[in-house]
Design a protein around this ligand. Structure first.
Ligand code: GYE
Length: 341
């Protein structure tokens, strides 16, 4: 049975419960506020509760837009959207509120992987399918969520490493000592775990690559600038900056400029970024960022596909990967014009 059919059943039983209640004790029925709420919802729409992490990056804003465009009234959805402002406790609160409102589906992007068992069990007990978006959860029981839609972060990290190996070879620097610093995003998040593991696995094959430091810069421009500044003070000779998103890259660029250094294709610090937002791709075109590893935020349609499968009574795959590319000066021109974020 699809979620809508199940909701209809829930509605019918709510109506029956209210009728029984009314016939029993008449005027007191307004105390049954929750049941009134459920009955007043437009039953032709599928109700989706979405808990977003926050608005820390351009990527996140594009991800939110993708959700809002997909789950519109015109498309047959009633979207309840919550911005958790970077706090796991706010996400847990939002999830509980979706459960008490008996939404048809919960979609959420977990800020970190740990700490979700209890609330996801509550969603499961309420019979509400949970679809994870972008980041994953570490739970004892995988049946606590129905499906996950997102990026292959380990592959993204490996792509960064592979690109660097190829670039150093082209430059005749394959045997040189290479000093690398990394700006990492939110500690404990799937994207950071995957990108770090992926890059480190390639670095481990090169004895001459020295990772000097991996600093936590929280995926924001302000922290990217601050952490980069500290590392420029600490280390005299930085050959490569790996920045795990474009927002931090913009902060790093400010700090590097202030230190009187340069980046990019004409002999400066080699700058590797992730996300591939329009403004960063423009820097790739200008030769200021060497390479940008794409991370695709347009996940709304993939999530809707999962919901369609479930609505038709089918079984969704456990994982859906969005498609992604790697951009350098050589291939970036063809995508910049159409980039919407
Ligand atoms: O790269 C970053 C964001 O988890 C893929 O989170 C996401 C990351 C993205 O804020 O910009």
């Amino acid at each position: 049975m699809g979620q809508r059919a199940k909701r209809k059943l829930r509605l019918i039983s709510s109506v029956l419960a209210v009728l029984v209640f009314l016939s029993g004790c008449g005027q007191d029925f307004h105390k049954e506020g929750e049941q009134d709420d459920v009955i007043s919802k437009d039953d032709s729409l599928t109700v989706v509760g979405v808990s977003q992490i926050g608005s820390e990056s351009v990527w996140r804003t594009a991800n939110t837009a993708s959700i809002q465009n997909t789950f519109s009234k015109e498309n047959g959805y009633f979207l309840i959207f919550d911005n958790a402002r970077q706090k796991q406790e706010n996400q847990i609160k939002a999830l509980r509120s979706f459960i008490s409102q008996q939404v048809d589906y919960i979609v959420f992007s977990p800020i970190v992987e740990d700490g979700w068992d209890t609330v996801l069990q509550e969603a499961k007990d309420a019979g509400i399918p949970v679809i994870l978006m972008d980041r994953k959860v570490k739970v004892k029981d995988e049946s606590l969520y129905t499906a996950w839609v997102g990026s292959d972060f380990a592959e993204e990290g490996q792509n960064a490493g592979r690109w660097l190996a190829g670039h150093l070879k082209e430059e005749g620097r394959a045997g040189e000592e290479i000093n690398i610093v990394v700006l990492q995003g939110t500690n404990g998040s799937t994207s950071v775990i995957g990108r770090t593991e992926g890059f480190d696995s390639v670095a481990a094959q090169h004895d001459n690559w020295n990772i000097l430091e991996q600093a936590d810069a929280d995926f924001t421009t302000a922290k990217g600038r601050e952490e980069m500044k500290k590392m420029l003070h600490k280390y005299e000779d930085i050959d490569v900056v790996v920045s795990q998103n474009d927002d931090m890259t913009f902060g790093a660029l400010e700090a590097i400029g202030e230190a009187g250094q340069s980046t990019g294709t004409d002999g400066g610090i080699i700058l590797i970024s992730f996300d591939a937002t329009k403004s960063a791709l423009e820097k790739v075109e200008q030769g200021i960022i060497n390479v940008d590893i794409e991370c695709n935020p347009e996940q709304g349609a993939y999530i809707e596909e999962v919901i369609r499968v479930l609505e038709s009574g089918g079984q969704a795959e456990k994982e859906y990967f969005v498609s992604e590319r790697v951009f350098t000066k050589k291939n970036v021109a063809s995508v910049i014009g159409d980039r919407s974020y």
